[in-house]
Write a protein of this length. Sequence first.
Length: 757
Amino acid sequence: MGIFSSRRWSALASLGVACFVAAAVLVGCGGGASGDGTGAMTGAADQSKVSLAENDPANPIQILSSEPSLVSGGNALVQVALPSGTAASAVKIVAAGSDMTSRFQQVSPGTLLGVVQGLPVGTSAIDVVPAAGGANLATVSVRNWPIEGPIISGPHQTPYFCQTQQFLLPDGSTLGPALDANCSVATRITYMYRATTGGALKSLPSPTALPADVAMVTTNAGVTVPFVVRIETGTVNRGIYQNAVLFDPTTEAAPTPLRPPKAWNHRLVAIEGFGCPGGWYTQGAAQGNLAIAGFDFSLLNVDRLAEGNAMFANTLMHASNNCNAVLESEAAMMSKEAFIEEFGVPDFTVSAGCSGGSYGSAQPADRLPKLFDGVMILCTFPDPLSIAFSGSDGHLLTHLFFATNPGVFSDAQIAAITGYKNVKAFTDAANQAGRTDPVPGRVDYPGYASAPFNAIVPVGVRYDPIANPKGIRGTVYDAGKNIYGIDAATGFALRPFDNVGVQYGLDALNAGVIDVNQFILLNSLVGGYDQDANYVLGRTTGDPGAMLRAQQSGLQLGGNGGLASIPVFDVSGIYNDDAGYHYQWFHFAQRDRMTQMNGNADNHVMWRGNPVPSAPAWTAFIQWVAAYKADTATGTQREKVIRNKPIEDGCWNGDTFIAERQTLSSAPNTPCNALFPSWRAPRLAAGGPVAANIPKCDLKPVTASDYAVPVTAQQLNAIRRIFFTGVCDWSKPGNRTGVVPNGSFGPSPENLIFTNP
């Protein structure tokens, strides 16, 4: 059964349980944005200068649990370097006017470590002063935020539906009703153990005595302990937060940074999620646990726990609950801080996941460069936008091929125009446009599902253009309206999708698969969307500000932030280009983005297989991270990551590894491509880059030299009438920018990118 314990976000004495309710930070949120790309945007802070946002390495006081400006929940793990020759007893440590000296211990000569508590919301100081009185020996300013957030993600999403009563703890109990409108709960500690027979974890009957059948385990640090797992569950950033680690409650005192669990190997693993459609307005009733292709991405993965790793998760790190990478990165940042304040600083932190867990790892890592020290990504998508954009292109084409002009194009021509292996692969990908469509119940191509919502969201609050035009919209754009901005006229999120100048089917024309007249018909009728994702005859012009902020925020993965300097290990996970939309071109898109931004992708390794063996993949990944973290020689972090890389590209043919640089090709031109051919997508088949990272292309005039087949003067004029403003010049970068590392969308003013006016 669950055991209640006191934690910083749970100390509500009036309810008779430990539950702290921090004061709310009032955040201004206006009704609209200009949509011109200027709005309230500011540039990123100068990263070469030390500010409140980051620790000053020259300051004797270091905040170890977060940056000084990003403290949350009133606590911070603090390290103090004493002046030479100064005894620990000769100083006091004062936080926001309160004496915290008793919370500190000397961990090495001249170094004190401890957790300060009770920091007020807002800016305050931590001071080291002489015990006998006198001037400060050192001081640091910190800014504390409420444990329910927000800090960098902008105003809270509303409405927001709590799911504490549906969230199951490992012992089968639930968290019960939320204690407040922020979905807070009292923190609970649950213990599970592994028996000597059977591999599954079981509830520990009592925390004061171990059962006779408890198994023993030896971690990769050589520590042998009973296989008992401590699971802590509480709320952070309005999400349900959990951590898990080997811990024997019968012999060990409650963990602290000064007394971490003896079996912990000081490595921390973030648990991500999967999915995206419906990931809005909900707290989430489960973490993103997923087992696929031999890989187990779950909080209670017995193999990872047996190694001695600690695990942490937050329901808002699970894309099925929250499809907004800015909010997800905030939840991960705050949850990691909570872990550090309880257990201490890990040697390194990694994140791993498949599908939504791939971008759940990569996007926060790129946005917040110190968050993860390595990412292992499977079933890779660079971001949800890449799915949405390729789906939106495809959805326009399904309408043309099967609704307005059926029979004009053969299946082979449709595959060539769209870039996919076959019609099934194309339509599965095209149906993913449903996550951009706010209109419920739209009848379209079979399998298309518009306005996806979690069932907990009442139908009465959902948008309907007729019945409820002011309702909340179930789209990937509206879930991120703090970033995209708000249309002043409608109150809905601005949209970044743009297809002006895109010559759909260009490669099919140049290959002779379709003729010029079919190409003209295709591009004259493909059209675009209005704000409600209704088909319109004209092409769609994306909002410039929304497109810019999608990149600055990392909602469109840049690859130039934290991903530039950590191991990125890409494993196929799901190999299937026939159907299902988990296609290989997405893997190559992420690598190409990193190459474009960083000159090369030497810190990116790709293994393909059906499946890739999980044990050697995990071992190689962790060895890579551990090796570069242990490298004390000169060089940048990126240089250390690259020179300590123990593995190279390749593919697996059963148990046989074939070392080979992986390339995007459907031809059997290499051993790996013969085994694992890969196809493309509509924007790529229109001449666009594999990176798929140009939201709006530069335009050039239509010329006959664009086409590898003869085009008559009449046909050329027809093409020019279609593209009267020009066609995409993919040799230019368009409006491609990149992520602003550590960017904020409010209320934190540090590195502020944008706030809705």
